[in-house]
Design a protein around this ligand. Structure first.
Ligand code: SF4
Length: 419
């Protein structure tokens, strides 16, 4: 039986697509292997969102040259954000690669096999489901729209059918994925939106939880906030990237909203969805960000108190508007200082937020084991560890929290679990 090896870096979308590609290959008669040496087919699922990620992909590709020389029969394919519609430059640069195919597409040798729907063969109790590909926004620092193309939504019936099928394989929770899930459906005939999709998925028997990411502050609607508030399976966790607390920087980033609008959105979300957890993304040291503008971001994060903040220091990406129009003029040491300052702030805030869960009982969906302990997440996305001798995988377990940290919680099984 031929063997395949998939190497994946980058976001959840890449992970979800690799999972599905693996399923396709298994339906086509391939078997998974963990080493490139044993593989007959090697697929690199690439990320170029940062220069460092692209460098890793290039290094990996170069490292595979000698393997391809010694075993010319091995098939080497590349997908992910390194591949856009013009593959000729890539073919010239990496002649040892047999196939380049765009993210979400399938290489022709798989298309020819005429296989059934691509679903993960061995899905985790919590599984990612892509609902919209691409992005129409062109934030000035971001390479994604150039690589993943324009927005393309999957029909509601297709997603719903897939989620039903996944529940038959033990999936309890789905996370709907898109670069901007708030623009889901605008390109479909009946123009359903994310709230309509959530309404449909909420009726699926056997499905316990629905999550989604990532939202965009300019597109998040009151209809969606109401749907999150009223649909019982939709989890109380919203990922809403703010990126900066300065309106001038947001304008330079081409984010199309103001800090005032963002703040009002958070107020609305918190008033309608009690106990909601909020996560955000921030980029510090955008070109020419002054100390005052950085302090505005710091103050906004102190005021809004997110459960999680993903922080990055700006790094230019060739091909983006920002790389053409702005000089990357903040010294590396200053970038690090700003990054560390936000990290320290967020660690303190997360410590305080999570400490409020001490002694409380939370519902955890168990996703696996790590270092001898079961691990899973609450509806609000908190990572919880506990010990138990029974097989807890895929169970919804009530856990009494006994220890908290900024990053995770630990507890004991409280009330009987359900499967
Ligand atoms: S919304 Fe902006 S940051 Fe997000 S993928 Fe689209 S262009 Fe990139």
């Amino acid at each position: 039986m031929p063997q395949y090896y998939i190497w994946t870096i980058g976001c959840q979308m890449n992970k979800a697509e690799s999972e599905r590609l693996g399923s396709y290959l298994e339906q086509a008669g391939y078997q998974a292997t963990n080493t490139t040496e044993e593989a007959d087919l090697i697929v690199l699922n690439s990320c170029v969102v940062r220069q460092s990620a692209e460098n890793r992909v290039i290094n990996k590709l170069n490292a595979l040259k000698s393997l391809k020389r010694s075993r010319p029969d091995v098939t080497l394919a590349v997908t992910g954000c390194l591949v856009n519609s013009k593959t000729d430059p890539l073919r010239q640069r990496f002649p040892h690669v047999d196939y380049f195919f765009k993210p979400g597409d399938h290489p022709e040798w798989i298309e020819k096999a005429k296989l059934g729907p691509i679903l993960p063969q061995h899905p985790s109790p919590s599984t990612f489901v892509p609902i919209i590909q691409g992005c129409d926004n062109f934030c000035s620092y971001c390479i994604v729209p150039y690589r993943r193309g324009r927005e393309k939504s999957r029909p509601v019936e297709e997603i719903s059918g897939e989620v039903k099928e996944l529940t038959l394989h033990g999936v309890k929770e789905v996370t709907l994925l898109g670069q901007n899930v708030d623009s889901y459906g605008h390109d479909l005939p009946d123009k359903p939106d994310l709230a309509d999709l959530l309404n449909e998925l909420n009726t699926i028997d056997g499905l316990a939880r629905i999550r989604f990411l990532t939202n965009h502050p300019k597109d998040m609607s009151t209809k969606l906030i109401n749907a999150i508030a009223y649909l019982d399976k939709v989890c109380e966790l919203i990922c809403l990237p703010v990126q900066s607390g300065s309106n001038d920087i947001l304008k330079a980033m081409r984010r199309s909203y103001t800090v005032e609008h963002y703040r009002q959105l958070i107020t609305q979300i918190r008033s309608k969805i009690p106990g909601v957890a909020l996560s955000t993304d921030v980029i510090v040291a955008f070109p020419s960000e002054t100390e005052k503008q950085f302090q505005q971001t710091f103050s906004l994060l102190s005021e809004l108190r997110f459960d999680t903040v993903h922080i990055a220091a700006y790094s230019p990406r060739a091909g983006t508007i920002a790389s053409r129009e702005y000089e990357d003029n903040i010294p590396p040491a200053e970038k690090r200082r700003r990054l560390n300052k936000i990290e320290q702030l967020q660690e303190n805030i997360a410590t305080e937020i999570n400490a409020q869960l001490l002694g409380k009982t939370v519902e955890v969906l168990v996703e696996g084991q790590k270092k001898g302990k079961w691990q899973g997440r609450t509806r609000t996305g908190k990572l919880v560890f506990f010990s138990n001798n029974n097989d807890c995988l895929g169970r919804l377990v009530k856990i009494r929290i006994e220890k908290t940290s900024p990053w995770s919680l630990q507890g004991k099984v409280g009330v009987s679990s359900t499967k």
